[in-house]
Design a protein around this ligand. Structure first.
Ligand code: SF4
Ligand code: SF4
Length: 170
């Protein structure tokens, strides 16, 4: 295409770009910026960390708790974490002006208390997750505070007792 033709088209079309930051940027409804995790809704289940393609979200033990950390420096703004979050705790915002000279500004954390087994003291999972699961499952309070190993032992013992009782002298 000749230069004259290009100029002709450009003059006919006019300016299509925005003079950001002098003018407001054009953000479409589909635009995805950084995410925000609502600490009051998050269960600490870690589902978001499993789908995050860039490890921007991590769930790691720290002290006596579990920490969900979001590092925006690694985020590729795909929004998959918000799609899988069972607690609807993640919001995809339209924030994109995220640069900072301080690395700490790029990290946000949600700290969860960990539930420990009432028998052996082993860490089970985040307390918030257990509370959420108990609400929707038939699991009894007795089994909630047990780690998988102690739960299995308790269950095996109760089955053995029942079998013993039913096969005993009538
Ligand atoms: S938007 Fe994508 S890259 Fe960013 S934290 Fe969520 S899953 Fe990870
Ligand atoms: S509740 Fe949602 S935000 Fe919290 S750890 Fe699970 S998936 Fe991630």
């Amino acid at each position: 295409m000749s230069l004259v033709k290009i100029l002709e088209i450009a003059l006919r079309t006019g300016r299509v770009t925005r003079r950001y930051p002098v003018e407001e940027p054009l953000l479409t409804p589909e635009f995805r910026g950084s995410i925000e995790v609502d600490p009051s809704k998050c269960w600490g289940c870690g589902a978001c960390t499993k789908v995050c393609p860039s490890n921007a979200l991590t769930l790691t033990p720290s002290g006596k708790g579990l920490v969900l950390e979001y590092f925006v420096g690694r985020c590729v703004f795909c929004g998959m974490c918000a799609e899988v979050c069972p607690a609807k705790a993640i919001t995809v915002t339209k924030k994109f002006e995220l640069a900072s000279k301080n690395l700490r500004d790029l990290r946000s954390r949600v700290v969860h208390e960990v539930l420990r087994c009432s028998v052996c003291g082993a860490p089970i999972t985040a307390e918030a997750e257990v509370r959420a699961v108990v609400k929707v499952s038939p699991i009894t309070e007795e089994y909630v505070a047990l780690c998988p190993r102690c739960r299995k032992e308790r269950f095996t013992k109760s089955v053995a007792l029942r079998i013993g009782a039913s096969s005993g002298p009538s």
